[in-house]
Design a protein around this ligand. Structure first.
Ligand code: GUN
Length: 292
């Protein structure tokens, strides 16, 4: 069994980005600038955004954090988005989700200029991704593709089971693994209403678990020698931890790992790659690599 080290891979990629940024700046080019909009005080969102700002520093980017209380109106938030769209110094920006219930996440996402949508959530980017055109690809699926590539794990012609069908992980992951230019795999998408889910999963060469149910993937669902990618990050209570919780993946790691050729741990697998891919998208935005 080989452990896929997302933390080390992300650190290596961030160092590569930093070197490229310093090269750009030394030649008189612009330092990439990411803005993040955070509404309210959700603990998970605070942590994510803090880590995004730290990653910007590690990559040599400028970053701007815009914070609003959770009583901000939808119209006021849409105005913030419009201002960021028009600010030529901002290369890309994100609005951290989830948003308070009185604000439509869809409306806010669609208000973002797709050329600055480094999350890859805007329908233009989602649509372009689905038909294989250059676009911003959402960070978690892009991070998983990158891990598979960097560990030289063959995907062409392989059977891939994607567990989960969310808009930000399951659906784009399945699309990318299917496409010739990315995974070139045979993809099955499994979800809460799939018949024979366990049996289908057990036939896969590569299992990508993004179902949001702690330790859902058990040893009987994984074939000998499979590659297992765990996207789950559920906070489960743990009195032995200082903060009172630990992160639990969607895979029962201790039981599944001995059967795998490769497996990602939680934490330290997919998670660190997600923020790193946001940095890669921001670099591309700064270079006007995708949309000029
Ligand atoms: N909330 C959880 N993950 C993400 C993400 O990748 N981007 C944004 N904007 N919000 C999130």
């Amino acid at each position: 069994m080989n452990l896929i080290d997302g933390k080390a891979t992300a650190a290596a990629i961030k160092a590569e980005i930093k070197a490229e940024v310093e090269d750009i700046v030394s030649k008189g080019g612009k330092r990439p600038h990411l803005a993040a909009v955070l509404v309210g005080h959700d603990g998970g969102s605070e942590t994510y955004v803090k880590n995004k700002v730290l990653a910007c520093e590690a990559c040599g980017f400028r970053s701007t954090l815009l914070r609003y209380e959770d009583d901000i109106t939808e119209e006021a938030l849409l105005d913030v988005v419009r201002q960021l769209n028009e600010d030529d110094d901002i290369d890309g920006f994100i609005v951290q989700l989830p948003l308070p219930h009185h604000i439509s996440e869809q409306k806010v996402t669609e208000a973002i200029d797709y050329r600055k949508d480094v999350d890859g959530f805007h329908p233009v980017n989602v649509g372009r991704m689905a038909i294989g055109l250059p676009c911003f690809i959402s960070a978690t699926p892009l991070g998983i593709l990158t891990l598979l590539q960097r560990y030289n794990i063959p995907t062409s012609g392989k059977k891939v089971a994607v567990l989960g069908r969310s808009n930000i992980v399951g659906k784009p992951m399945a699309q990318l693994m299917m496409q010739k230019q990315y995974g070139d795999s045979t993809v099955t998408v499994l979800h809460s209403h799939s018949a024979n889910l366990k049996e289908e999963c057990a036939q896969a060469d590569i299992v990508i678990a993004a179902i949001g149910r702690p330790a859902f993937v058990t040893a009987d669902m994984v074939k000998e020698g499979a590659v297992v990618i765990d996207v789950g990050t559920t906070r489960v209570p743990d009195a032995t931890r200082k903060n009172g919780f630990r992160l639990q993946g969607d895979v029962d790691f201790d039981a599944v790992a001995p059967k795998c050729s490769y497996i990602t741990p939680v934490p330290g697998g997919v998670g660190p790659m997600t923020i790193c891919m946001l940095m890669l998208n921001t670099l591309a935005a700064g270079k006007k690599q995708i949309y000029s």
